[in-house]
Write a protein that binds this ligand. Structure first.
Ligand SMILES: Cc1cc2nc3c(=O)[nH]c(=O)nc-3n(C[C@H](O)[C@H](O)[C@H](O)COP(=O)(O)O)c2cc1C
Ligand SMILES: CC(C)CC(=O)C(=O)O
Length: 427
């Protein structure tokens, strides 16, 4: 990105210093590949004749040239880059956001027990997930509407994942179509599914995913209704038309009352979905079915009974039920119930390689990352996503070396101490 050139164009045109009022919906129609142009274009489009980007915004964009060294720096860049409505949508959680905070804080209460005098001159982070070899036990969690973060949307995320050799789970609510993502690059990908009241739509999407080479279906089971995200209500979060659903259903909702996305979701999500429907899903696809959103031993056992191929311990990034437990605090409960019969994957609050190490030590086969990917995408497009993935992989590698683990298989329960362990020690 050549900021100096942009600057001269831009400074001539400055009229306002407030960008907060532009209509983010226009973001969907631009296809510029550089972030700065992207933001300026939106402003041009909305006001038609005037530029509404002012100095404070421009200086923020300059800051984006800095290379972040960790996920939280990417988050800050994303905050600066994005319209408030979108940043809040991505970063926010449900209600008091207690679980949102806990997802991250609970990791901080787990300590690593490093082992020394082990030859760690060679570290191998690679692993196998559902039979597929990957660079690291890291996957891309399904997150909706990547074009609100960057004009290349899910295609940029898919390319970064493919280059890094990690598995991406494409969201049912993606802004690029299943076909666009599939044809963008060769990679192992899974498809996330919501079951709509109009089941034929969900069934059609499953068939498209299958036809386009996706390798598994990830059924999200924690969203009979959308959680109450108060920032989205205040911002009147948009619900844009999604190309995947063209000719099937209108995803565009235009209400003045609160979150349009919430209004859309409440119209389409099938709240009657239950365990017996896993049978229906298995009957319409030959792909393995994983369920995403399990937090208890009871549901893990039920999942085994109905024959799913894998479980994802997840609270939807704390966007659904506030005061549900942090995911890392219940991971072991699920792992113990499953007894190694099927893979247990994990997401929620992973921001460091040490977090990945802790989740693996507690029995997860791999972790999925949600917001960090979006922050990378918003700040620096495909390059940003690559950086986030590689940063977490490098941090994991260092953690393994400093803990005496040469391979992912070497990471075991005795490498961490949890709060519960410490209570038991005192008894
Ligand atoms: C902006 C955003 C959109 C999301 N969209 C979806 C979605 O479409 N489908 C889904 O199953 N989960 C969705 N999730 C949940 C993620 O798959 C994942 O569970 C969560 O982001 C993990 O937590 P983390 O963001 O702390 O990594 C979304 C999460 C975020 C933050
Ligand atoms: C469009 C939404 C239903 C996507 C979602 O799952 C989320 O925002 O958490």
């Amino acid at each position: 990105m050549n900021l100096k050139d942009e600057k001269s164009v831009y400074l001539d045109e400055v009229e306002f210093e407030d960008v907060s009022f532009f209509n983010p919906q226009t973001l969907m129609i631009f296809d510029s590949s550089i972030q700065l142009m992207h933001v300026i274009n939106i402003a041009h489009e909305v006001t038609q004749s005037r530029t509404v980007i002012g100095k404070p915004v421009f200086s923020r964009l300059i800051e984006m040239e800095a290379e972040p060294v960790n996920v939280s720096e990417f988050q800050e860049l994303a905050r600066l880059a994005l319209p408030k409505m979108f940043y809040d949508f991505y970063a926010g959680g449900a209600e008091d956001q207690h679980t949102l905070e806990e997802n991250v804080k609970a990791f901080q209460r787990i300590f690593i027990r490093p082992r020394v005098l082990i030859d760690v001159s060679r570290i191998d982070t690679s692993t196998t997930i559902m039979g597929y070899n990957t660079l690291a036990p890291i996957m891309i969690a399904p997150t909706a509407m990547h074009k609100l973060a960057h004009p290349e949307g899910e295609v940029a995320t898919a390319r970064a994942s493919a280059n890094a050799n990690v598995i991406m789970v494409l969201s049912f609510n993606s802004t690029c179509t299943i076909e666009e993502v599939a044809s963008s690059c060769n990679a192992v990908r899974f498809f996330q599914l919501y079951v709509y009241k109009r089941r034929e739509i969900s069934a059609f999407m499953v068939q498209r995913a299958e036809r386009n080479g996706f390798k598994a279906i990830v059924l999200t089971v924690d969203t009979p209704r959308l959680g109450r995200r108060e920032a989205d209500i205040k911002n009147k979060m948009i619900s844009p038309q999604l190309k995947n659903f063209e000719g099937l259903i209108s995803t565009e909702v235009d209400t003045d009352k609160g979150s349009n996305l919430q209004a859309f979701a409440s119209g389409v999500l099938d709240a009657s979905l239950c365990w017996k429907d896993i049978g229906w899903l298995k009957s319409i696809t030959s792909l393995p079915v994983l369920i995403k959103g399990v937090l208890t031993r009871e549901d893990a056992l039920r999942a085994l009974e109905v024959g799913v191929a894998g479980i994802i311990v997840s609270n939807h990034g704390a966007r659904q039920l506030d005061y549900s437990p942090s995911t890392i605090s219940v991971l072991e409960e699920v792992v113990v119930a499953v007894q190694g019969k099927i893979p247990v994957l994990f997401d929620g609050g992973v921001r460091r390689g040490t977090d990945i190490f802790k989740a693996l030590a507690l029995g997860a086969q791999a972790v999925m990352i949600g917001r960090p990917v979006i922050y990378g995408l918003a700040a620096k497009g495909e390059h940003g996503v690559s950086r986030v993935i590689n940063m977490l992989k490098d941090e994991l590698e260092l953690t393994m070396a400093l803990s005496g683990c040469c391979t992912v298989k070497d990471i075991c329960r005795s490498h961490v101490t949890t709060e519960i362990d410490r209570v038991h020690c005192r008894l």
